[in-house]
Design a protein around this ligand. Structure first.
Ligand code: FAD
Length: 397
């Protein structure tokens, strides 16, 4: 507990968090530090376990961390630790079809930048930090299966045993950080006057590896978010600490469908991304491409974000397409705002405080979902735009 811990006016709450992903784990850190009794129930096994570590080996997925996310990490006392394990990206490096490159700095004057950070590292450090609080307990392999938000009662199924068991918990506050297909949200949608929309876009994505050079160095300029804009589709790449990059190809689903053989994949990359195929390596590209399946991209809006003692945060509240690099950052900011609102309105009942949170958060959540959709057009078409337009729109602020 720290200086921001509970004063005698704010009662210690029993908080249940569904989902121990990035946002749920950060929430546990912040609410745990405050002194609340926090139980996190995560449907997957502990990502820090030996088995999960072995499964994750060779896969490095990274995210762009921006000022919003950093502010929330600072509240959890983790900003410096995370930044020390992240790579600053000072601008975008645009790769043209003819192989030429052009750097566009985010902020040449103050050198503000965004950071590439490993998703696995971030999740692990958040879980470990949360667990340092004796009042925080983590329960893995527990899936939310039923919620009675008015009563504050939730049921989780423990999938660890051969015969699954169920556990019912009563709490003062249920936080749904259970991702884009949230089970808590599903339960809340049954209530009248709850509005919800979800949209899959016609484009999907696939992650590919750009390995480190033999000397362990990055094969391209390290401190950039690399972008290959090709109007209808695009490739991007963010650096990892081990010298590799994680590249992501965003493309209309039918074009993925056309690339079925090694020859088709090679011809496509040679035509569209000649400098990328050189750094990925033909064999690795073909192996990774043909052994992966494109993943879908969803955009979710919900209003209100609360019902009874339940509230949605992160992707459960506002899953967005990743083109503004703000999904996690906005989810982290949810926790900061929730914490602030609980501090300000400490005398009010939980239900009322959650309504205040929802009212303040929904317009912002909807706006960032829209901006994220819009930014895809800007990113993949940006090669035809002026630098002014680029600065204005292509952003990971
Ligand atoms: P999740 O990460 O989905 O975590 C939800 C957790 O809940 C999971 O661990 C899941 O196992 C668990 N769960 C699900 N159902 C249940 C249940 N019934 N019971 C219990 N637990 C459950 N964001 C950025 O800010 N910057 C980026 O650069 C960025 N890049 C991205 C690139 C791609 C390709 C994609 C797809 C997304 C990107 N995002 C980025 C978005 C970011 O990944 C998400 O916004 C972020 O992961 C949301 O975190 P979350 O904890 O809300 O949800």
């Amino acid at each position: 507990m720290d200086s921001a811990s509970l004063d005698n006016q704010q009662a210690r709450k029993r908080i249940v968090i569904a989902g121990g992903g990035l946002v749920g784990a950060l929430c546990a850190c912040i609410m745990g530090r405050k002194g609340h009794q926090v139980d996190v129930y995560e449907s997957r096994p502990d990502p820090r376990s030996e088995r999960e570590q072995a499964l994750a080996q060779g896969r490095s997925i990274n995210l762009a961390l921006s000022a919003r996310g950093r502010a929330a990490l600072a509240r959890a006392g983790l900003e410096d630790t995370v930044i020390s394990q992240a790579i600053p990206m000072r601008g975008r490096m645009i790769h043209s079809a003819n192989g030429s490159k052009k750097a566009i700095l985010y902020d040449p004057n103050t050198e503000q930048c965004i950071y590439s950070v490993s998703r696995q590292f971030l999740n692990e450090i958040l879980l470990s930090e949360a667990e340092k609080n004796p009042n925080v307990s983590l329960h893995f392999s527990h899936k939310l299966v039923e919620s009675k938000v008015d009563k504050g009662v939730v049921t989780f199924r423990n999938n660890e045993n051969i015969v699954p068991t169920e556990v019912e918990i009563e709490s003062d506050l249920i936080i749904g950080a259970d991702g884009a297909h949230s089970a808590l949200r599903q339960a809340m949608l049954k209530r009248p006057m709850t509005n919800f929309s979800q949209m899959y876009i016609d484009h999907a994505y696939m992650e590919l590896r750009i390995p480190a050079k033999e000397n362990g160095q990055h094969a391209m300029d390290t401190h950039y978010l690399h972008i290959w804009p090709r109007n209808e589709f695009m490739l991007i790449a963010l650096p990892n600490l081990d010298g590799s990059f994680t590249a992501t190809l965003f493309m209309p689903i039918p074009i993925f469908g056309e690339l079925q053989s090694a020859e088709e994949v090679e011809a496509f990359f040679t035509r569209e991304f000649p400098d990328a195929i050189r750094v990925i390596g033909k064999e690795l590209l073909i192996k990774d491409f043909l052994s992966s399946r494109p993943s879908h991209l969803i955009s979710v809006k919900c209003n209100p974000l609360n019902a009874g003692k339940g509230v949605l945060v992160g992707d459960a509240a506002h899953a967005m397409v990743p083109f503004y690099g703000q999904g996690m950052n906005a989810g982290f900011e949810d926790i900061l705002i929730l914490d602030n609102i609980f501090d300000i309105y400490k005398h009010e009942p939980v239900e009322k405080v959650l309504t205040r949170f929802s009212q303040s958060r929904v317009p912002n959540a909807h706006a960032i979902c829209e901006l994220a959709l819009y930014n895809y057009v800007e990113m993949r078409c940006l090669v035809n735009q002026s630098v002014f337009i680029l600065r204005r729109f292509l952003d990971y602020r």
